[in-house]
Design a protein around this ligand. Sequence first.
Ligand code: AHR
Length: 503
Amino acid sequence: MAKAKMLLDKDFKIAEVDKRIYGSFIEHLGRAVYNGIYQPGHACADEDGFRKDVLELVKELEVPIIRYPGGNFVSNFFWEDSVGPKADRKPRLDLAWRTLETNEFGLGEFAKWTKKAGADIMMAVNLGTRGISDALNLLEYCNLDANSHYSALRRNHGVQEPYHIKTWCLGNEMDGPWQTGHKTAAEYGRLAAETAKAMKVMDPSIELVSCGSSSVDMPTFPEWEAVTLEETYDYVDYISLHNYYGNAENDTEDFFAKTQDMERFIHTVIATCDYIKAKKRSKKTLNLSFDEWNVWFHATQSDNEEMEKHPWQIAPHLLEDIYDFEDAILVGLILVTFLKHTDRLKMACLAQLVNVIAPIMTENEGGAWKQTIYYPFLHASKFGRGTALQSVVHSTMHDSSKHSDVTDVESVAVYNEEKEEVTIFAVNRSVKEDALFEADVTCFEGYHVIEYLALENDDMKVTNAITGEKVTPCRKTQYQLSDGIFTANLKKCSWNVIRFGRK
Ligand code: AHR
């Protein structure tokens, strides 16, 4: 049997969890917007054409910030096409996904939708085919209340109050050869720095994200970070990290070890930021925005065929990965990894939110449903707010085909002082053995177990569907809490959420 011991002390802290690590992403891609969040004429559509069934699920996830409008889409995005009277909006070819963008849904609609969803916007500017002046025009349109052309344009479009969008991404995955307007690190660094400088003159209250690498496996990583940050460091607040994971080899044990790669990615980016900080003798510490992450591989081959053979469709079925049980376990492992790095990781976006590599799916003619990955994200977003604790954890280990010294149990705890609650998130990623888990919570005197939720399944490939959810959390009753020591048997391949409280 695998074994893990965790020791908690409320005074040993990693950092306050920035709720924006539970962000997500809506791109103009496939059915994320059209027939996803927006479908006038659908039985569940509200007065703005927003699907209420989808909004309910988004609200349940308590997503605090949503990145928009891309992704690769943003690199040829003409924001002016997406605002003003709908009758005047022109369709445009989207080169990223080879589809037709009608522009029926745009910036104004997204701002309205996020308000209903209770989320802030993380806006990306096009640094692929456009540049500084277009980024400035967009910022002026969104955030300024001046007697200037683009502020007035927004007011003419019926929006008196500026949107006051705080967080802005300086382009998207500019290191990727697939990106429209792809740049070398030197080219991007200069453009991003000059754009950032000008944007902050216009609105000093904004926060900016400099593009980091599109994955830890990019050949230009981490040189890209070092070269671009030389230019952007003084003007930006975050650097982005993107990474998607897959199990094309059908090697579950190794799939679960991939958060080791994610940790290496995070540590290397932190080291690179701090190297530039030292080199510049800067007092500023740069934080991380992991603004694209998820499992993505199930539908890749059929998507490539669809884009190649049937281009310029409106809202086709693209990137509609159907997630299985093991994907949910990896998502849980990723969330634990994020919580362990909350001292530097301040934002993260689950990519994406609806229909496109998403926890929420819709039927064009029917309802909305929850994928397997919905649940670990829900639990972390709901119960993972407060202070991440620096616990001492000892776990037995194993090797997988491509990784060594893989801990059987990965765990982290979050203490919510205000609510007097502490939650342990623990994943038993052993594919072979259950784990005996012991947590010393003696410093939380008077606390009892509020509930113990788990995702467990013997079938790694089981999925959910509109017709029914085979993967849903269960409530565990087999555990002990005596003299401040919590003990339970964590089933092999399981996600566990153990909530303690005083009330
Ligand atoms: O999220 C899907 C795509 O993945 C995004 O458009 C791009 O930024 C990344 O490669």
